[in-house]
Design a protein around this ligand. Structure first.
Ligand code: 5GP
Ligand code: ZN
Length: 117
């Protein structure tokens, strides 16, 4: 655990979150500032800065995050109409929290993949 990391503190229960799904290796909770009617973040319990680091260091945990994101989409009723999974990675993508997380977004048409394109 990294004490300076917001999402490690959510894993530790030090910061409250609305958890919608949990496995031994992942936690999924609602984004505090949702960008769609459904906006859930899926994280590995282990601290990795981004998806590149996670995939290199622990491919099994990376697979667990994807499986959990798919489970969240099912639980939240997103699979019929479709949804989006995003891993913001680094500066150009605007990543703000450096504990890898999948954004699971849905519940309404999501518009173009990228703003202004
Ligand atoms: P990023 O820009 O790093 O891909 O996404 C970080 C996400 O974390 C943002 O969508 C932001 O709203 C969310 N977030 C930031 N702080 C908190 C928090 O304390 N709790 C929850 N549930 N989400 C947070
Ligand atoms: Zn962390």
């Amino acid at each position: 655990m990294d004490n300076s990391c917001l999402f490690c503190r959510i894993v530790a229960g030090e910061i409250p979150a609305t958890v919608v799904h949990r496995t031994e290796t992942t936690i999924a909770f609602r984004d505090i500032d949702p960008k769609a009617p459904t906006h859930v973040l899926v994280i590995p319990v282990g601290h990795y800065a981004d998806v590149v680091t996670l995939a290199a260091a622990d491919p099994a945990a990376a697979a667990d995050v994807l499986a959990a994101a798919a489970a969240v989409a099912e639980i939240e009723g997103l699979t019929g109409d479709g949804f989006r999974i995003i891993f913001n990675t680094g500066e150009y993508a605007g990543q703000e929290v450096f504990h890898v997380h999948a954004h699971v977004l849905g519940g309404a048409p999501l518009g173009p993949m990228l703003a202004g394109r």
